[in-house]
Design a protein around this ligand. Structure first.
Ligand SMILES: [Zn+2]
Length: 442
């Protein structure tokens, strides 16, 4: 059985003073997390234990009970009457942060010893524990109750006592077939939200190697680009019959937008001179670029999955990304090509999990010469622009032509077909001869 988790995000509407309470509640939670992080820091060997064992050990060290009336580091000194489930949520959060911090620290120490053993100076700085804590508060069972589609009761600390507060939730309701996890109270700008992980178990799809033994299995292969066609998707069967293709556009507009913003940043930098080290300059402009990239990567990945589903494809194929080769030129040009490269990675990552949630498996193949090969006969192709003679190889040109089998077509579509074929040949010892025939464009 396979498992998928999505997050339900609901905005809370409540009285203004509740916002203050939520903030107070979160501040207390982070004080408790910080406290436990320090306790773990003082008892490093706790990290050898499993989370469950570590939790018990930490409670013994800090929690006042009949058996341990005088714990070594009492939590009560920090705040009285903390509910057990609030405490446990904080302990688990602290354990997570501590595990991450110490694993970085151990790696750093190991690298340092290794370098020094070779007689070299090790210059990298050691990792530092978090200086500030700003974690959202997870509400374990017992900290919330009476959840309906519109309202939920949550137990929070308002600065003087623990209170049950009724909050109204806006936004989507829980989809069918999902199981509710522990929600979290998340502060986003001026609003508070309830984030609930939703889990679903389903019968996982068969392995790719098994699937391609059926000649009618459909796969959707994707060629990601820097140009106007951000993604070109092709559906073909495991036999190699192409069925449909689609061009997901928007690259030109995005590139133009990015270049404009990066140009603004460069001009601002020129005006202000040196940039303070470790400080983000032009934060608003960077944010704008990031949001736009993020947004489009999600849109494109959604459309890839929709197209695959529409044709009943059960496998999604991409190329490996290869290395970043930044373009030369102005700051805006270099920066733009770098971000376009990252964008490819994002589209892949988003498509992968979205595909998985839809029961589609994702794989990657070698990107070597996918654009230079004929999808029909595998001979080298000529790549050229409209109006030019069909010969030579112009990188980025939109058309291809194969002199061996006289195939003519779109270069990106040809590349996407080759990507899909690579996966099929990888899994089938005797590849059938694929023939790029006629197809309908979606
Ligand atoms: Zn050919």
């Amino acid at each position: 059985m396979a498992k998928t988790t999505i997050t339900l995000r609901q905005t809370l509407t409540c009285q203004p003073n509740h916002h203050e309470w939520f903030a107070t509640n979160q501040a207390l939670f982070n004080r408790v997390v910080c406290f436990y992080f320090d306790v773990i820091n003082a008892h490093e060997n706790l990290l050898q234990l499993s989370n469950k064992e570590a939790l018990t050990a930490l409670e013994k060290l800090t929690h006042t009970t009949k058996e341990t009336p005088d714990p070594i580091m009492p939590l009560q000194a920090l705040a009285p009457d903390i509910p057990a489930l609030f405490r446990r949520a904080a302990i688990n959060a602290a354990l997570g942060s501590a595990r991450s911090f110490f694993s970085h620290l151990y790696r750093w120490r190991a690298q340092k010893t290794k370098a020094e053993a070779r007689g070299k100076k090790y210059k990298a700085r050691p990792p530092v524990p978090p200086r500030t804590w700003n974690k959202s508060v997870p509400l374990y069972a017992g900290m919330w109750k009476e959840r309906t589609a519109e309202t939920t009761m949550v137990k929070i600390w308002n600065g003087t006592c623990w209170n049950w507060v009724k909050v109204r939730t806006q936004g989507r309701d829980v989809a069918e077939g999902y199981e509710l996890g522990s929600p979290s109270l998340v502060c986003k700008g001026a609003t508070w939200r309830l984030h609930t992980p939703l889990e679903k178990t389903f019968k996982g799809p068969a392995k790719i190697a098994e699937q391609v033994t059926d000649p009618d299995t459909k796969l959707c292969s994707v060629d990601l680009n820097f140009g106007e066609n951000l993604a070109v998707c092709v559906i073909q069967t495991a036999k190699g019959t192409p069925l449909a293709s689609t061009f997901l556009k928007g690259g030109k507009e995005l590139n133009g937008f990015r270049k404009q913003q990066l140009g603004k940043i460069a001009r601002n930098r020129n005006k202000t001179g040196l940039i303070a080290e470790g400080e983000q300059d032009n934060a608003a402009l960077w944010c704008k670029i990031r949001d736009r990239d993020e947004d489009l990567a999600h849109q494109i990945s959604v459309r890839i999955i929709q197209f695959a589903q529409q044709w009943g494809a059960t496998i999604l194929v991409f190329e490996h990304l290869g290395n970043l080769k930044p373009e030369k030129g102005k700051y805006s040009r270099r920066g733009n090509s770098k971000r376009a490269f990252w964008m490819k990675g994002r589209i892949f990552a988003y498509s992968k999990y979205k595909a998985y949630n839809a029961g589609i498996l994702t794989s990657r193949v070698s990107p070597r010469n996918t654009s230079r090969e004929c999808a029909r006969c595998h001979a080298p192709v000529a790549r050229y622009r409209q109006g030019q003679p069909a010969q030579g190889y112009t990188v980025g040109a939109p058309l291809v032509s194969c002199s061996a089998c006289s195939m003519k077509g779109n270069a990106d579509r040809n590349a996407a077909l080759v990507v899909g074929q690579r996966l099929i040949t990888r899994h089938q010892k005797k590849p059938s001869t694929p023939h790029a025939g006629h197809e309908r464009d979606a």
